[in-house]
Write a protein of this length. Structure first.
Length: 280
């Protein structure tokens, strides 16, 4: 169901796209995440970090209404995730862009046809407009020369960038619809990319968040990558939210020791003022 908003709360609710209060997530009776409190604002770019098995992917799946919320209060864009109906789940997912680790492209279509399929499904009809949009998106995602390739001819990283291009379509096209806000969630989008394309991809998402008022929640494992380009970090550890704040607030030697069990030195980044550099 849609959570009703009081008149004096409308602006706050419009800006707070994700709200978790003391949320508990379980899988096969095992508690994955407990007492999780977090909010995500429109136009905000937040990295989710933490050890393997800390609940990062489960959090995204819960926000996608794929994993039930076992306890606490959870909402996304006004949708109450507790017992959400199939109809509301469909409505919610139309307003979300998400890239899971197990993404799939249409294997019988070229890159261009994969992207064209999304455009036509969302109402684009003019062939010239479709062609221009595809060309621009492939350029933005760093694969301008892969339009006529089949999915099996692409590397894992190239396939991931095609899938990201499809998600970016959904978000960019939504600007012209009736829904005012959108949320983009990416589960380790840089896992198969070289450093150049990691930075290129994340820069595109960061720009989208800030210029188009889209909220982005992105899972990464590289702490220095996370420190370099975001508004906040959400650190999960031992089944809880261990820390949430700016990179300088979250990436401290004590916190890294408690969550990751490692000794680390945190220095000022030589090329990015105000950002930390983690040395193990």
């Amino acid at each position: 169901m849609i959570i009703p908003s009081k008149t004096n709360q409308i602006e706050m609710e419009r800006d707070t796209l994700v709200r978790l209060e003391n949320v508990e997530l379980t899988l096969d009776s095992d508690v994955i995440l407990r007492d999780a409190t977090f909010s995500l604002l429109s136009g905000e770019f937040v990295y989710v970090i933490g050890r393997v098995g800390s609940g990062k992917s489960s959090l995204l799946r819960a926000l996608y209404a794929e994993l039930p919320v076992a306890g606490g209060q959870a909402s996304i864009m006004g949708y109450d995730l507790h017992g959400i109906s199939l109809r509301d789940t469909a409505g919610l997912r139309r307003r979300l862009g998400i890239v899971f680790q197990d993404f799939q492209l249409l294997t019988d279509r070229t890159v261009r046809r994969n992207l064209e399929f999304v455009l036509r499904a969302t109402g684009w009809k003019n062939p010239d407009d479709i062609d221009r949009r595809i060309t621009e998106t492939l350029r933005q995602t760093g694969i301008p020369d892969k339009a006529e390739r089949m999915p099996h001819e692409l590397s894992g990283g190239e396939q991931q960038r095609v899938h990201l291009a499809r998600v970016l379509y959904q978000l960019l096209l939504a600007r012209h619809g009736n829904d005012e806000y959108r949320v983009l969630m990416l589960d380790e989008p840089t896992a198969s990319l070289d450093p150049r394309h990691q930075l290129q991809l994340l820069s595109a998402v960061y720009t989208l968040a800030h210029e188009e008022n889209v909220a982005a929640l992105v899972i990464v494992h590289d702490l220095n990558l996370a420190a370099g380009c975001c508004d906040r970090l959400l650190l999960l550890g031992q089944g809880r939210v261990a820390a949430c704040g700016t990179p300088a607030q979250v990436l401290t030697p004590d916190t890294l020791r408690q969550v990751y069990g490692v000794e680390a030195t945190v220095l000022p980044h030589p090329n990015q003022p105000g950002r930390p550099l983690v040395v193990f």
